[in-house]
Structures are given as C-alpha cells and as structure tokens.
Ligand binder design. Structure first.
Ligand SMILES: [Mg+2]
Length: 418
C-alpha cells in the first residue's frame, strides 16, 4: 500500500470559539490537520509536543497577545510559518511587529476564506523550504545523505540547494538590514543603548527569521562574511547617528557569533575600524551568548579580553539558558549580563521565579557586572526588575526592534514611564 501523503498541520489560537470553529472548518475542508487552542497558555503546551507547519494566532487575547505568544512559540517551532489575525484597529501594531519576523503576514478580520487558504498553502511551502535547507546542512555536516526528493510537498532538493547557494552569494547590501531595539534605563526611562538585530530578505527564499538562517550560516561557513557586514554597518550607523544618540554611557550593541569571535581576524577588523576612526569603542558593545562563551572558554576569554582592552563593552547574552557556573562568570572578561527572556516570564506571578531572578541580579552586581533584562513585555515585568535593582530593560513593553526612521520618532517620545 502506498504511504499516505502526510497532512500539513495548522495550529489555530484564538479566544473566540466562533473564530476557531469557522477557520477550522475552512482548513479542514482543504485537508489540513487542524489543532485548536483557546488561549496562548494552552497553545504553548501544544507547541512543545507537536510540530506545526503554520500557526495562526489572534492578536487580541487576554493575558498574552498573539505577538508575544508567537515569540514564545518560535523557540519550539523554528520553522513554522506564522500569521497574526487581527482587526483593523491593531493594524499599525501588527505591521510593526513584523519587523521582528515574529509573523510572516497578518490576516485581517473579517477574513476571506479563499485568501486564508492561499496564504496557508504558501506558508506551508515556505516552511518546507527552510526546514529542508536546515536538514541538508545537518546531513552535510554529519556525512548522511539528504532526504529523498519529493518527501516535502511543493518543494524539491534542487530548489533548496539554490537557496543555500543564495545565502552564500547573497548581495548583503541589498538583502540584509539591521533593526534596533532600545534598552531603557530602569531609573530614568531614557534610552541608553540599542541592540542591532539582523534581518534577511532573500529574493529567492523570502524573509527568513535569524534563528533559522544564522545556524545555517554558521554551518555553511558564511557567518564570518555576515558578521563583517554587521560590524561595518554598525560603524556606519555610529557615523550617521553620532549627533543624535551618542552621549556618555550610550552603547550600540551587536551580536557576535562564537565562530566569528574565535576567528582570529575578527578582533583585528574591529581594531582597524577603531584605528581609522570609524568605530568608537566607548559607544560599542558586543553581545555573545552564554553557551558560546563556555564551549571554548579559554580562547573565548582571550578574544574578549582583547576587545575589552580596546574599550569595547562585552555583554554575556541569553544568560539563564545555559549552565554557566558562577566561577565562569567571575573569570569572563565581561561587563554586562543580559538575562534571557525565559527567566523574566513569570517573575510577576511566581514567587520562586521572582526570588531566583532577584538573586541572579544581586549576584551579577556583586561581581561588578551591569544587568540588562530582556523580554520585558508587560508593565509588571518592568516594575519587578526595577525593584530588584536591574539597570536596563529591553523588550516589547517599551519597543520592538525599529528601523532608523522609527527610531527617530521613538527617541523624540522618550522618556518611557518606568
Ligand atoms: Mg543579543
């Protein structure tokens, strides 16, 4: 008997039962396997255990909105294609959040059945492409054969190889861009720093989220070229924004891949930019993930010390996701700890969670490090972290990542209420 073609899976998240019912009916008719969740908490349990091709989330839901939910879900579903369902009133909010690659598109209520089906079909094709590409790379590095052609609907291996080649030969200036997420001083509410975040819009593969394409770039040895582009773009940003943003203590941070850091040339390139006056070390910060720093601790320390000696601030990113022992943190030549968003979720409602984070903040400060909390999504997060003495806050409660044009407006509107 022929193996039955696997059904594509769609997760619907909406607090309105009538929406779940109506949308579910449309997609079931198209032979999708539909799973429904009536709130984000329920949906998060589902995405931990099942894989989805497409996730459609309502924007307005109690406790957690659709955007926050999709950000959470991304951890478990790196390849799903996500849509936000929203009314007209939220259009500005939703469009801006797409800058962060949380959602692929937004579908306006009331929806058109035909359009929903077309979008979901396109989403499944896109999801297959990103997933297949990552499998090819995983197989290449492990020496295994790629999966047979035709196992993925609406896609083939040759197409995906094209995408990989495109990543390698992309015209960075045309296809890459940076967006900037503010870091807000917990005491004054003023923006005291920015984290630049990379975006890739490929003419072949479309918009691909960084958590999907960065690991691919690392496997495919393109990461150094990408990292160099980010470094140069950071320097260009400093030039353009010198008179607007730069003041004592203001830092523009960019993320550095561990592979890039351990490549001997990286620090030399940074130094060359400083020597030529194109990069101001006092206004620059690099963020490196906690796990990366620990994987090759000695070499990492050497490179971070060189950067620190140049006057660049070093931040340990995603703190709380790995298993960093305190003695590692003590030895790392770093100035800042960035608490991962997963630590922050729950501080407002769970006493244990609050106490753990409070102790982490105190511990980091006791060894002279500044603490930045990521994932500040609601006012209670900000209040809790402020009360713990955390210095800087970053997250959607204040601002999503912004284009330079949007940044100009936000800078004019500060200080934020903290
Ligand atoms: Mg970062």
């Amino acid at each position: 008997m022929l193996k039955q073609q696997q059904q594509s899976k769609v997760l619907l998240v909406d607090d309105e039962a009538s929406v779940l019912k109506a949308l579910g009916r449309v997609l079931l008719y198209e032979d999708y396997h539909v799973v429904k969740a009536s709130c984000p908490a329920e949906a998060l349990e589902v995405v931990k255990n099942q894989s989805f091709d497409v996730i459609i989330a309502d924007y307005r839901m109690p406790i957690m909105n659709g955007v926050t939910f999709l950000r959470e879900a991304r951890r478990f579903q790196p390849f799903s294609c996500n849509f936000i369902l929203s009314g007209d009133a939220d259009t500005d909010d939703v469009i801006e959040c797409m800058n962060d690659d949380v959602a692929e598109r937004f579908l306006r209520k009331p929806w058109d059945n035909k359009r929903i089906v077309e979008e979901v079909n396109a989403g499944v094709r896109k999801r297959d492409k990103a997933h297949l590409l990552s499998q090819i790379l995983a197989n290449e590095s492990s020496g295994k054969m790629p999966p047979p052609v035709g196992e993925y609907s609406g896609n083939n291996l040759a197409q995906s190889h094209d995408v990989l080649q495109h990543l390698k030969s992309a015209n960075f200036d045309n296809e890459f861009s940076l967006v900037y997420q503010p870091k807000v001083c917990a005491k004054t509410g003023r923006i005291v720093g920015l984290e630049s975040l990379l975006r890739w819009n490929s003419p072949i593969a479309g918009v691909i989220a960084p958590d999907v394409f960065i690991p691919i770039a690392e496997e495919g040895s393109v990461i150094n070229d990408i990292g160099e582009w980010v470094l140069n773009e950071t320097a260009r940003f400093q030039m353009r924004w010198r008179s607007f943003t730069l003041s004592d203590g203001f830092r523009l941070a960019f993320n550095v891949s561990p592979k890039q850091l351990l490549d001997g040339c990286f620090v030399d390139k940074v130094k060359a930019l400083i020597d030529s006056g194109d990069l101001i070390p006092e206004y620059t910060c690099i963020e490196i993930t906690e796990s990366a720093a620990i994987d090759d601790f000695e070499r990492c320390c050497t490179q971070l010390t060189r950067l620190s000696d140049l006057g660049i601030q070093v931040a340990i990113d995603d703190f709380g996701t790995g298993h960093t022992a305190i003695n590692y943190l003590l030895k790392l030549p770093a100035h800042v700890v960035k608490l991962d968003r997963s630590l922050i979720q729950g501080v407002e409602s769970e006493e244990k969670s609050y106490n753990v984070v409070k102790n982490v903040v105190a511990m980091a400060q006791s060894i002279g490090m500044k603490v930045v909390a990521e994932g500040i999504e609601i006012a209670q997060h900000a209040l809790c972290l402020k009360n713990m003495g955390c210095e800087e806050l970053q997250g959607y409660h204040y601002s999503r990542p912004l284009t330079e044009e949007q940044l100009l407006k936000v800078l004019a509107q500060q200080p934020f209420k903290v």
